[in-house]
Design a protein around this ligand. Structure first.
Ligand code: NAD
Length: 484
């Protein structure tokens, strides 16, 4: 198969926080892979900008070390690394002062795409936006990329939107949610809207329920102070799980263009009902080993912040009337496993009788690890012995379907950064979407705080609190396995 990498126009990409963890682990390795794919014009430049007192030579060494740390040796031939580093510069800058800004302004070229990646603490976003404007670094061909978290409630998200919009047009603001950059997420949209097979079944008449799981095996180690102020609801549900739910539940947009897609997602968020307290299960992980429980890893030993949450949600519109959307996410679970499962209803009448068991079609969209999609279909178990039914996956994994290229799925960050350069906002959140998501989230958090709800406990390495399982069992359903 011939690789179809679409070249992008010349650009200057400034990474504020270019020496930080995210830049070293995701952004720079991602850019390197795009460079290797031939997507970076020779004249394009990546300019690291951070507090560290480095020059460009020192920064290039740092970038080379980051590539070494986060890419396997076979993925970084020396010649490629050398050529990539030639396109890298560095400026020591202070986001809250004046140091480095004149130098940055004179380094930037005119009449090409300018992108500024805010890979710094959110408290610096406003200062960066102001200085970019004040030092005339911005302009019509300029874009800013804003990392998560985008606010911690509606009020702070509104304030941040206002600060950014004081200096930039909404069309220049790229709020990143790396879940939207995953190949499978776009695959899902192609499957839904590019085929006649699925859309006629995509409604309450044929779908029994939807499950969205984002399970992590790691805990909060090292990030305890930050995480404890946030919790699973703010850290994962308000953004990532909500975005995934929108893609499943949205109406077909009229075109695959940024505003058409985001208009439809916004309608889903606005149609989300507020769940009853009984439809929310929160949990904290516990372990018999010292130092391994959630409360050992955060500052407040009586913290009620959740490291796990499961929710039963309803989208109140005609298409989804009566269809529950079960969401769950948590830390220190059995495995790292994220998937969306669309579980279809039973066939209206089983000609084979109940004795052959219950068989259901499931469309399972795996986000990590091993991105791909399975459609479970019921067939006859081969061989003699009468009619026996078995559910087998129609495997739509990229590696199998697309040959070696399918194996080389770009990381979400690679794709999203290239979308920024291209000026395509489809996979980025719009300001009103983020605000609507917080407007839905805030009362739920306030509710459990006002009630003084304590999270349940769950064992490290389990699938979460027992109550989460009961939530589905009581309705004759069960969570899909968190597979390792
Ligand atoms: P980090 O602490 O590792 O790096 C911070 C960077 O900001 C450093 O390069 C530092 O030099 C720079 N910096 C700090 N103060 C500065 C100032 N006054 N002026 C200029 N530069 C300054 O942080 P990180 O983990 O890389 O996170 C960066 C952003 O990305 C944060 O908003 C974070 O929430 C978000 N994020 C990070 C991850 C991750 O995996 N690390 C994941 C999702 C989102």
């Amino acid at each position: 198969m011939v690789s179809r990498v679409i070249p992008v126009d010349d650009f200057d990409l400034v990474i504020f926080g270019g020496t930080g963890d995210l830049a070293r682990r995701k952004i720079l390795p991602g850019l390197f892979r795009r460079f290797q794919a031939g997507q970076m014009p020779e004249s394009a430049r990546i300019i690291g900008a951070a507090r560290s007192d480095l020059d460009s030579t020192g920064y290039r060494k740092d970038v080379a070390n980051a590539l070494k740390e986060f890419l396997p040796e076979t993925a970084r031939p020396k010649g490629d690394v050398k050529a990539f580093l030639k396109q890298i510069e560095y400026i020591a800058i202070d986001a809250t002062g004046d140091g480095g800004w004149k130098e940055l302004s004179s380094l930037l070229r005119d009449d090409i795409v300018r992108a500024f990646y805010f890979s710094v603490a959110p408290s610096l976003f406003g200062a960066l936006a102001e200085r970019l404007h004040g030092y005339q670094c911005s302009g019509p061909a300029c874009r800013i990329v804003v990392e998560k978290p985008f606010g911690r409630d509606l009020e702070s998200a509104r304030a941040l939107n206002k600060t950014l919009r004081d200096h930039f047009d909404e069309s220049q603001i790229y709020r990143i949610d790396h879940y939207l950059g995953k190949e499978t997420v776009q695959y899902l949209m192609a499957v839904r809207f590019g085929n006649v097979l699925f859309e006629p079944l995509w409604n309450a008449q044929y779908i029994d329920h939807v499950q969205i799981t984002v399970a992590e095996s790691v805990g909060v180690n090292g990030r305890g102070a930050y995480y404890d102020r946030s919790g699973a609801m703010r850290d994962m549900v308000q953004n990532h799980l909500m975005q995934l739910l929108c893609l499943i539940a949205m109406e077909p947009p009229s075109r695959f263009d940024p505003d058409a897609v985001r208009d439809e997602k916004l309608k889903v968020i606005r149609a989300l009902e507020s769940p009853e307290p009984s439809d929310i299960v929160r949990g904290q992980y516990v372990s018999a080993s010292e130092g391994e429980s959630y409360l050992d890893q955060v500052e407040d030993p009586s913290s009620r912040t959740e490291s796990f949450i499961a929710l039963k949600l309803r989208v109140s519109n005609w298409r989804w009337a009566g269809v529950p959307f079960y969401l769950r996410t948590g830390k220190r679970l059995k495995a790292r496993h994220s998937e969306i499962a669309v579980v279809f209803k039973d066939a209206p009448h089983s000609i084979f009788g109940q004795a052959l068991g219950r068989h259901r079609n499931v469309l399972a969209i795996r986000l990590q690890p091993n991105e791909g999609m399975d459609l479970l279909v019921t067939i006859k178990e081969p061989g003699p012995g009468g009619m026996r039914l078995v559910d087998v996956p129609l495997d739509m994994t990229f590696a199998d379907a697309l040959g070696p290229e399918g194996d080389d799925v770009p990381d979400a960050y690679e794709r999203l950064i290239m979308d920024v350069i291209r000026g395509d906002q489809t996979l980025f959140m719009r300001g009103d979407e983020v605000e609507a998501a917080w407007a839905w989230t805030d009362p739920l958090i306030k509710g459990w705080k006002d009630r003084g709800d304590k999270p349940a406990t769950y064992d490290v390495g389990s699938t979460g609190p027992e109550d989460a399982a009961v939530m589905l069992h009581s309705e004759g359903r069960r969570w899909r396995d968190i597979a390792s």
